[in-house]
Design a protein around this ligand. Structure first.
Ligand SMILES: Nc1nc2c(ncn2[C@@H]2O[C@H](COP(=O)(O)OP(=O)(O)O)[C@@H](O)[C@H]2O)c(=O)[nH]1
Ligand SMILES: [Mg+2]
Length: 259
């Protein structure tokens, strides 16, 4: 049967193609993870398994979607950078957003038991997401720096807060004693009261996690004279680097290379 009578409904659809030559950032964030993390008894302030689960989901994203060149994650959020020239789903925002969020969520559920073998997943985790376009790699770097500064500020605060609570203060008292303190005051508090050197805490907690495709040299075989035959292999890698300064980007110029 010809469907011409109904086909006009398609005209209501809006074009949501993202502008060309822009880097696309997809940021996902756990919904109500304050409650979710409490219900699943995540360790405070950082739960290593919960963070590693997020990281595995991000690695799987990079393996599945070839145009993601970098990802940065902290707490219950992850940002994925798609290269400026991507033609993934003709750059349609709703497709990129919905596919990215649903795929990430499915992997999170599938991998849950690998990270929490003794904890039942008691409610369906969900993530919200958004896409943002940036016309320059420089702005993408500033975006990532913004997320990492946030990671630092939150982690330093939460480390102090939970140390105080674990030492017997109420949550209100802990909050009161941290009011108006500067970064160096917090480091001092950790050192004086708890003998904790903030800089010695795990890098994953302090810096968040970076996921990217690294080019690693590997020996594939030995030639007839016994010399190694090497080739470059692409490997999705997780690291906890400073991405605010230039060092990481100078060492990996191909990640945000503009065409
Ligand atoms: N205990 C614990 N909680 C976490 C961890 N990661 C994230 N969370 C929780 O997730 C919340 C994430 O913040 P946000 O996205 O602003 O709040 P949401 O709306 O409740 O998801 C944090 O405030 C924590 O309560 C973790 O590793 N351990
Ligand atoms: Mg959240």
């Amino acid at each position: 049967m010809a469907n011409s009578k109904y086909e006009y409904v398609k005209k209501f659809e809006v074009d949501d193609k993202l502008p060309p030559h822009n880097w696309i950032v997809l940021r996902i964030d756990g919904c109500h993870f304050h409650r979710f993390s409490a219900d699943h008894m995540f360790e405070k302030p950082n739960d290593e398994n919960a963070l590693n689960l997020m990281n595995i989901c991000a690695v799987t994203m990079l393996e599945h979607f070839p145009d993601i060149v970098f990802a940065y994650g902290v707490s219950d959020e992850y940002s994925f950078i798609l290269k400026e020239t991507t033609e993934f789903y003709q750059r349609r925002a709703s497709k990129i957003l919905s596919l990215g969020v649903s795929y990430f969520t499915s992997v999170y559920v599938m991998k849950w038991k690998d990270f929490f073998p003794h904890k039942e997943l008691r409610e369906p985790p969900s993530f919200d997401g958004r896409v943002i376009c940036y016309p320059r790699a420089k702005i993408v770097r500033d975006y990532l720096a913004w997320r990492q500064v946030d990671c630092h500020i939150n982690n330093q605060y939460n480390t102090c807060f939970w140390m105080l609570v674990k030492s017997g203060k109420t949550e209100r008292e802990a909050q009161e004693s941290l009011k108006g303190t500067l970064a160096k005051d917090k480091n001092e508090l950790l050192f004086q009261q708890f003998s904790v050197n903030y800089d010695k805490l795990p890098a994953m907690f302090r810096k968040g996690s970076c996921v990217y495709v690294d080019k690693v040299e590997e020996t594939v075989k030995l030639d007839d004279s016994g010399n190694p035959v090497k080739r470059l292999r692409k490997k999705v890698t997780v690291g906890h680097f400073d991405i605010i300064g230039p060092k990481f980007w100078n060492e990996h110029p191909y990640i945000l290379e503009e065409e």
